[in-house]
Design a protein around this ligand. Structure first.
Ligand SMILES: Nc1ncnc2c1ncn2[C@@H]1O[C@H](COP(=O)(O)OP(=O)(O)O)[C@@H](O)[C@H]1O
Ligand SMILES: N[C@@H](CCOP(=O)(O)O)C(=O)O
Length: 296
């Protein structure tokens, strides 16, 4: 049975709001089952997620080719829903790859899949690393807004992403409505300069500076702090051990920390000991370098 595999993603690295993200080793897996009278999606998410053609995976597949014959599909996923780890992007990218695989008349390139995925999701910072793997910077082509440029690079070898995942869900739409309509010019200039530094540090593999710059966001974190107070707690535990590299992953509620491998055990231990983080799953993940793949 053909299987489509899409990794989870952690968007909004530092001040790279809506632009900068990386992929990690939690996966959405879609197996393509037999033809059927109607679409039926076998999935583990309960009633919250539709099992018919209204399922996000099927909706995305049908944007590629509305004439695809309905199928049964079998979905497994260890990406938690609505926690800032790109579950909706994984469904969109997985659906587009499903449509591309099943269509007899359309064959999209990776770039076309990216452009369509951004159109559905609204921003490239999850869908781009979900497609390409590693760390990806994405943004609109300056002369053609529906075409997205990306630069991809490897994640650091001697660092590990530690995720603090509150049990609470937070829909991206709700978290976006906490953001201000207007930003102060001085703040925007300063943070945009630091965002430029962040990108340079990533491509120079100057990971120590990267980790410091991951903490300077002022585009979204200050406004979302009231929705994810755990960010402050996690950051202060990290700083008490002179560890930098924490940021609000996507729209929350997950907090990601990029930390040196030799500091990971100590940090995990300290985070797990904190009574304020009792309602969180805390785990060392791994960076994903492959992005989406299809196993025949
Ligand atoms: N595998 C999936 N299949 C179908 N729908 C999904 C899947 N994963 C996520 N979704 C939809 O996306 C929603 C979460 O999207 P969002 O609020 O953007 O959070 P995030 O992308 O950070 O997990 C879920 O509540 C569900 O409706
Ligand atoms: N830039 C977006 C990222 C949303 O990521 P998600 O994983 O929470 O879907 C935003 O901050 O709204």
């Amino acid at each position: 049975m053909t299987e489509i595999i899409v990794p989870a993603t952690s968007a909004n690295m530092g001040p790279g709001f809506d632009s900068l993200g990386l992929s990690v080793n939690l996966f959405l897996k879609i197996k393509i089952g037999p033809k059927s009278d109607q679409w039926f999606v076998h999935h583990p998410f309960g009633k919250e997620v539709p099992s018919d053609e209204q399922n996000m995976i099927v909706l995305s597949a049908l944007t590629v080719d509305p004439n695809i014959h309905p199928r049964e599909i079998f979905v497994r996923s260890d990406i938690p829903l609505a926690r800032g780890l790109g579950s909706s992007s994984s469904a969109i990218v997985g659906g587009l790859l499903l449509g591309n695989t099943l269509s007899g008349s359309v064959e999209l390139s990776k770039q076309q899949i990216l452009d369509r995925a951004v159109k559905i999701e609204g921003h490239p910072d999850n869908v781009a690393p979900a497609i390409f793997g590693g760390i990806v910077i994405g943004g609109p082509n300056p002369i053609k807004d529906d075409d997205f440029w990306t630069y991809q690079t490897d994640s650091p070898k001697n660092y590990v992403p530690i995720a603090v995942i509150p049990h609470r869900q937070l829909a991206t739409s709700a978290s976006r409505s906490a953001l201000p309509k207007v930003l102060d010019r001085h703040i925007a200039i300063k943070v945009s300069a630091q965002s430029n530094l962040l990108v340079a540090s990533i491509f120079k593999q100057d990971w120590q500076k990267t980790c410091q710059l991951l903490e300077v966001d002022q585009f979204h974190e200050p406004y979302r702090l009231k929705l994810v107070p755990e960010l402050k707690i996690v950051r202060s535990i990290c700083h008490a051990h002179n560890i930098f590299g924490s940021y609000l992953s996507g729209a929350g509620t997950t907090i990601m920390i990029m930390t040196k491998k030799d500091q990971a055990d100590l940090l995990l231990d300290q985070l797990k000991k904190s009574p304020s983080l009792a309602d969180c799953d805390i785990a060392a993940l791994a960076f994903d370098s492959l992005g989406s793949r299809i196993l025949a």
